[in-house]
Ligand binder design. Structure first.
Ligand code: DGY
Length: 313
């Protein structure tokens, strides 16, 4: 196993890097002065790729690695991996579900509270000394509001449970109606948006869900509604979101993810009713360590011919 070549696509966790270094022959793609030269010299040695939510394994990288056996992503989302190509080549794929569910759900609730209660603006108000001139503006209550969840998987369900504790009414839409809950099922995302004040995007990114938050959905949510996105930036038609916020057709937004991150649309920066996070949904010491351990455990299982812990393919 020590001789198995593992390619990390970008820097993601120094703990993960150190653990990989201990167990495998580690290649750091970002250290290579030229990617084509690096691939020309090392392509045959690489048997595993470790990517994350932003740098995965596209068809070009997979094609250049003839001995690739497994792609293990340090993320729950695997939209940056060419799954069809992996299936075609018999390459295994693993991700990091479950261990980050609580963290991402906590981040969603933090975004709801920060957006409705204007926590970041209030913080800036105190720091700038403006408090001396008068009280801060009134904010909006969260407890008891109606929350709509797009995607009632592990993370969506964890968000629903948290929102229930705030006395919120929960509705959701998903590919299939889920049994064993008291939540209202809506058959479309427009219907969901029309029935809630807080719409949370918690589904995975597929061709079907790309830009699912479009003008029609935003208008159904309306000027008193807020959009929370802890999924992927590409779930949202960003120019439509920007115009709705600028024109007052939407109440606010709390966003952890952006379509061209780390690039963020300039217009968001000046808006007081928007909370912006740098894709940190799962980023705590505890959770990132658990994710890294799961990446390692999957790779070890693979190289020891044992069943994978969290297989995608
Ligand atoms: C993931 O792991 O896919 C998410 O982006 C965490 O926020």
């Amino acid at each position: 196993m020590e001789n198995a070549g593992v390619l990390m696509t970008c820097p993601m966790s120094s703990y993960l890097e150190a653990q990989l270094q201990k167990r495998f022959k580690l290649f750091r793609f970002w250290d290579a002065p030229s990617e084509p030269d690096f691939l020309k010299h090392n392509t045959g040695s690489i048997r595993a790729v470790v990517g994350n939510a932003s740098c995965g394994a596209d068809s070009c990288l997979i094609d250049s690695l003839p001995n690739l056996e497994i792609v293990s992503t340090y993320s729950v989302g695997f939209d940056k991996i060419d799954l069809a190509k992996c299936r075609e080549r018999g390459i295994r794929v693993t991700n990091t579900p479950d261990v980050l569910t609580d963290e991402v759900a906590d981040t969603a609730i933090a975004l709801v509270l920060a957006t409705l209660r204007r926590i970041c603006v209030a913080d800036r108000f105190v720091r700038s000394g403006l408090w001396r001139n008068g009280d801060f503006e009134l904010a909006t209550k969260f407890s008891g509001k109606s929350v709509g969840i797009l995607g009632l998987g592990r993370i969506g369900t964890a968000i629903a449970k948290r929102a229930e504790a705030f006395g919120c009414r929960i509705s959701y839409t998903a590919r299939l109606k889920k049994p064993n809950n008291n939540y209202k099922y809506c058959s479309s995302v427009v219907d969901l948006a029309a029935n809630c004040q807080i719409l949370v995007v918690a589904c995975s990114l597929t061709e079907e869900t790309r830009h699912i938050i479009n003008r029609q959905v935003i208008d159904a949510l309306g000027p008193n509604g807020i959009l929370i996105n802890i999924g992927r930036g590409s779930h949202v038609d960003e120019p439509e979101l920007v115009s709705a916020l600028l024109e007052g057709r939407l109440g606010g937004a709390g966003l952890d993810v952006f379509e061209s991150e780390p690039g963020v649309p300039e217009q968001f920066l000046g808006l007081k009713n928007v909370v912006l996070l740098p894709h940190v949904g799962s980023d705590t010491v505890e959770t990132c360590r658990a994710m890294a351990d799961l990446v390692i455990a999957n790779l070890e299982a693979h190289f020891l011919n044992k069943p994978l812990l969290t297989p995608v393919v």
